[in-house]
Design a protein around this ligand. Structure first.
Ligand code: ADP
Length: 648
């Protein structure tokens, strides 16, 4: 076995590979850019080599720097992780030329699968079923259109060099074709410097089911079953699971055999993934093969009990596969949720900034966290804004899904916006619980996921009220405990009355919607979790998340009935919308202002944003001055709405 390997990557996957290397007694070398000087993968590795500026095009993507780092440190092999140079034939060739082992497939296999159209030709010859379509050389628009017309709409235009859903356009009718083709070509040219297009039949609501394969240098090949990655947004995976819900043993075997056929057709070695689309009739079609370890490999590890990075290292070292097909079995069910610094309510825009707080659920046999960042780290503009992968396992799908929602509600992330509420809502939908998934799932269920239905508010309002009353009762108890006269009713902040009847009129915001109701109990039903934002215990904060079986609701308690009768309220509007700089303050502290009046100007990404008064009111204190850098989400100033200040 190797004594030392270099990991040509960063973030969670670099950490992941280092951990297995350590377990196997192999020393690890990390590489890092300026932005990653203090990154977790650098600290975990035995050695680390600086490879240049933060932009990956000047560091992680420069083959020569990676090769030199390996040679300088005496590493014998290079693990490329995923992304970056993981499917780069050049790195593979340079490894060979420098007597370094590339921990991945032979260069010919990378090249064969590098183009979706070339890959399809090979697969057609190997009798692997394909999505019907045109993948020829002739790129004359008339020829492409003729192909689309004859297969029938809708069709999907795809860049042959594509990845990450780029250069892809669905075309629903003949007269949209020319325009869509031009747009897809432009995008492909900018993203991949290659505008070769293929045309495929656009399958309606297929499932994305992929097979994990492994081959060694001695002609052995196995499949480690499938992953269902149908939950996607813009053709990108969000939650993955293994095994695929409802897949029959017979279909599993057929897909597994087809995947092995695909791998053998290109003399594959190492870890690979053969992606298929599966339609509702049980027919499946080859889409592409990824010649690397995938982001979602942990769900396969959880159900097979195998360490796929260890398998990669053994195969690269010339050993035979650790197991035969008949030794591999599926045990239980696993999910992976990709936790990102992004804002699902704002078109999934990446959210950069400092991770002021990052608390993950406790790891166990059931919960695994793969992460490349720790509390205090920066989510920068330079790389993928992934915070962590949450992987859960249990003996069956229903139990594993409960583990997933529980673990998601245990995450506490502050400083950047995260997609945790989105993931939690997604995992809480009845359709997902029943395993009824396809690639159109998120779009189809968006009203439920984003709580746009009145029934969601009707459901959440009494629960939020209970939570508020429970918080008030807790507060009263704390006050009483610290008082000289513990039994005095004057310490109670709930609606204590001498008559003994408790009637509470509550006003609150639920997901930014004002809600008022009367409530008379403070007993929380089971299965509901209240998490104060920023804190995991009750405090005087009136801003909290309510995790329920129907999703998570963001709730703000309003004082008495103030400010909610109209469409204005005092909270939440005066935070910085993103990371940026304060350009100027437009009013004095203490000034009375009217609704809509500009208060402060910020600049971010060369664009100015004006922060205006949400309602008539008074400006208290400014927390920043002109020229100050501000993190997105930070409170900029104190603002008291007029109706509230009048009533105080
Ligand atoms: P990329 O390499 O950019 O990720 P893929 O070819 O892997 O692109 O496709 C990504 C996703 O797009 C698939 O998982 C699937 O949801 C959707 N997709 C791709 N091809 C088709 C098709 N012919 N019909 C329907 N959906 C498709």
């Amino acid at each position: 076995m190797f004594n030392k390997i270099l990991i040509a990557n960063r973030g969670e996957i670099a950490c992941r590979v280092i951990q297995t290397a350590r377990k196997m007694g192999i020393a690890s070398v990390a590489v890092y850019s300026d932005a990653d000087r203090n990154a977790r993968h650098v600290k975990l590795a035995d050695e680390a080599v600086y490879i240049g500026p933060s932009a990956s095009s000047e560091s992680y993507l420069v083959v020569k720097k990676i090769i030199n780092a390996a040679l300088d440190t005496g590493a014998q092999a290079i693990h490329p992780g995923y992304g970056f140079l993981s499917e780069n034939a050049d790195l593979c060739r340079h490894c060979a030329a420098n007597n370094l082992v590339f921990i991945g497939p032979p260069v010919d296999a990378i090249l064969a699968m590098g183009s979706k159209s070339a890959a399809k030709k090979i697969m057609a010859n190997a009798d692997v079923p394909l999505v019907p379509g045109y993948h020829g050389e002739d790129q004359n628009p008339a020829v492409l259109k003729q192909a689309a017309d004859s297969m029938g709409y809708p069709v999907l235009l795809k860049a042959a060099a594509g990845g990450g859903g780029k250069g892809m356009r669905a075309v629903y009718a003949e007269d949209e074709f020319d325009q869509a083709l031009a747009a897809a070509k432009r995008e492909a040219q900018t993203s991949f410097n290659d505008d070769l297009m293929l045309v495929e039949k656009y399958l309606q609501k297929p499932r994305h089911v992929e097979i994990q394969v492994f081959c060694d240098q001695h002609d052995n090949a196995v499949y480690l079953f499938e992953r269902d990655c149908s939950l996607q947004r813009r053709h990108q995976k969000v939650i993955e699971e293994a095994p695929a819900p409802g897949l029959s043993e017979e279909l599993r075997q057929r897909m597994g055999s087809a995947a092995i056929q695909a791998a053998k057709a290109i003399n594959y070695q190492g870890a690979g993934t053969v992606e298929f689309l599966l339609d509702s009739s049980g027919a499946f079609f080859f889409m592409e093969m990824n010649t690397r370890l995938q982001v979602e490999h942990p769900v396969t590890e959880m159900i097979t009990g195998q360490d796929l990075v260890e398998w990669q290292l053994r195969v690269a070292n010339g050993e035979t596969l650790p197991m035969r097909q008949d030794q591999l079995t599926i045990h239980g069910h696993a999910f992976e949720a990709r936790i990102y610094a992004e804002d699902p309510d704002n078109d999934f825009l990446p959210s950069t900034g400092t991770l002021h707080q990052l608390r993950a659920p406790i790891e166990s046999n059931h919960v695994r966290i793969d992460s490349g960042v720790v509390e205090g780290d920066e989510v920068s503009i330079f790389y993928d804004p992934m915070i962590a992968k949450l992987i859960v396992w249990d003996s069956d799908r229903a139990r594993a899904l409960k583990r997933l929602t529980d673990a998601l509600s245990d995450f506490c992330i502050n400083g950047v916006t995260s997609n945790i509420p989105f993931l939690y809502n997604l995992a809480s939908t009845a359709a997902f619980r029943s395993g009824d998934v396809d690639t159109g799932f998120i779009e189809e269920h968006q009203d439920e996921i984003f709580h746009r239905r009145q029934e969601d508010l009707d459901y959440a309002a009494p629960l939020a009220a209970q939570a508020i009353l429970a918080k008030r009762a807790e507060r009263s108890k704390q006050l009483a405990e610290h008082s000289l006269e513990p039994s005095s009713p004057w310490h109670l902040t709930d609606n204590w009355r001498t008559t003994g009847i408790e009637q509470h009129s509550l006003a609150m915001l639920i997901n930014d919607q004002p809600v008022q109701l009367k409530a008379d109990t403070s007993v929380m039903p089971a299965g509901i979790k209240v998490v104060n934002n920023g804190e995991h215990h009750f405090s005087n904060s009136s801003d909290f998340n309510l995790f329920t079986p129907q999703g998570v609701f963001h709730c703000t308690e309003a004082q008495a009935n103030l400010g909610l009768d109209e469409d204005n309220h005092s909270s939440g509007n005066l935070a910085a919308p993103m990371n940026g700089t304060v350009v100027t303050l437009l009013v004095e502290a203490g000034a009375s202002v009217s609704k809509g009046q500009p208060l402060l100007v910020m600049e971010a990404m060369k664009m100015e944003h004006t922060i205006a008064a949400p309602t008539d009111g008074q400006v208290g204190e400014f927390f920043y001055q002109a020229g100050d850098l501000v993190d997105g989400g930070a409170e900029l100033l104190i603002f008291v709405a007029a109706d509230i200040s009048a009533a105080l």
